[in-house]
Write a protein that binds this ligand. Structure first.
Ligand code: ARG
Length: 461
């Protein structure tokens, strides 16, 4: 006779197709260690409520320890008849401590409050690992910034040459976004740190149990204030899916740049052999697959978020079985980020930057035109006039096929008499970059300060 958690009112077992539809152990088995931790805490509050003797508590904990070891070693595993992880572990416990004692543990809890609690626990641990992985990516970018304090490249808008910037400034821009991802996970954790255990199916417990004690034992800040909300809300899961999707999107933006930088046309970077792949037919190929997988996987993370929100939409309170569909999308995002983050850190940390190539392109496409305009403004020329004059310089230079820095004194003065030879001080990439020295700008001193702040926040986590 197989263990069912709800056999009493049924004359027959479920149809085979029903059982197959119901099954979730192929994905919720990863909650098993958390389920057992929950059972240990629950046994303790049952004992304190006078529902388990000291001896029973001891035997229960011994049985749970044995079960945990067998789960870990693989000696105990779910079978087809186990509906979910909770059912399977109940069977395992009954096999170890007997029907009578094992049957007492279910008092005052339901799979509804269990799963809502265990999912939170699993996700809090997973997100801590993810945050660590993100910090490793930030470390790799910061190390490149440290190694290339003076390297320049053409900053772009619309992917067109815009203004020269420091490579370090550009790399740190990605760090800023990734650190916000870590921050978001931390904020999420503070909201998710409440345990629904003891809420029962939806209405709470009549057995004198102490949800706060269970919450504390399971590492939560407290118990949820409302048993209906605790068992049926999944905004913590949707918010986690958002945090992970946003992280995926931010990684895809770094990735897209590596892909472009690695083309012959850009020639900014060479990938380390360990983080690139070859082609089965074209012997010369060295492909940026890590970056492309980052770009591709961000799509599935977006799908996981929108799929989960669609599952949650319009579900009436409290628990509905629809909620069994809440876990796979989040598990999937975590799983893929755990594969991706170390590879991204490895690829970014080992990129070789071709700083000569980047420096050569930095002034190309008249990236210093804004510098002429702003230099004129500093001489007292209204910006509207200065913008016109600088634009005319571009026209003259373009017609003659030269860069702005190659215009003659006569050509400059011909455009506007205020354009004296002194303007040449900003007509170099380094002069332009050095002049952008307000907070947050690309001037070397500001970038160094920024880099130190980024390092400090990485260390703080
Ligand atoms: N496996 C379910 C889930 O993941 C929990 C079981 C609740 N089942 C039920 N009939 N109330 O949500």
């Amino acid at each position: 006779e197989h263990t069912k958690l709800w056999g009493g009112r049924f004359a027959s077992g479920p149809a085979e197709a029903m059982a197959k539809l119901s099954l979730s152990t192929h994905f919720d088995w990863r909650l098993a260690p958390y389920d057992i931790a929950g059972s240990r805490a629950h046994a303790r509050v049952l004992h304190r409520a006078g529902l388990l003797t000291a001896d029973e508590l001891e035997r229960m904990h011994a049985g749970l320890d044995e079960l945990a070891a067998d789960v870990e070693s693989g000696a105990f595993a779910p079978v087809l008849e186990d509906e979910d992880v909770h059912t399977a572990l109940e069977r395992g416990l009954l096999e170890r401590v007997g029907q009578e004692l094992g049957g007492k543990l279910r008092a005052g809890r339901s799979r509804n409050d269990q799963v809502a609690t265990l999912f939170r626990m699993w996700l809090r641990d997973a997100n801590r690992r993810i945050a660590e992985g993100v910090l490793d990516v930030v470390d790799a970018l910061v190390a490149q910034a440290v190694d290339h304090p003076e390297a320049v490249l053409p900053g772009r808008t619309h992917l067109q040459h815009a203004q020269p910037v420091l490579l370090a400034h550009h790399l740190l821009a990605h760090c800023q976004a990734l650190l916000r991802d870590v921050d978001r996970i931390r904020d999420w954790d503070a909201r998710t740190a409440f345990s629904p255990y003891g809420a029962g199916a939806l209405a709470g417990s009549s057995l004198g149990l102490d949800p706060q004690a269970v919450a504390a034992e399971l590492g939560f800040d407290g118990a949820t204030d409302n048993s209906i909300d605790g068992t049926s809300s999944r905004d913590f899961a949707a918010e986690a899916a958002f945090c992970l999707a946003m992280l995926g999107v931010n990684l895809s933006r770094v990735a897209e740049e590596v892909i472009v930088w690695n083309t012959a046309e850009f020639g900014y970077v060479t990938l380390d052999d360990a983080w690139a792949t070859g082609s089965s037919i074209m012997p010369q190929k060295k492909n940026p697959d890590v970056a492309e997988l980052a770009r591709g996987k961000s799509g599935r993370m977006l799908g996981n978020l929108s799929g989960l929100l669609a599952t949650l939409k319009a579900q009436p309170l409290a628990y509905n079985r629809d909620l069994q569909e809440d876990k796979e999308p989040v598990f999937d995002s975590v799983e893929h980020l755990e594969l991706l983050l170390p590879a991204m850190a490895g690829m970014l940390g080992t990129l070789t930057f071709h700083t000569d190539r980047m420096a050569e392109l930095a002034p190309a496409g008249f990236t210093l035109a804004t510098d002429i305009a702003e230099w004129l403004v500093r001489q007292g020329v209204p910006f509207r006039v200065a913008h016109e004059a600088s634009g005319e310089c571009v026209r003259v230079a373009e017609a003659r096929g030269v860069g702005l820095e190659e215009l003659t004194d006569a050509e400059l003065a011909g455009v506007n008499p205020a354009l004296t030879p002194q303007v040449r001080e900003v007509l170099t990439v380094t002069g332009s970059i050095a002049s952008r020295d307000a907070h947050g700008g690309t001037a070397p001193d500001r970038v160094r300060e920024q880099r130190e702040r980024v390092k400090a926040s990485v260390e703080e986590y």
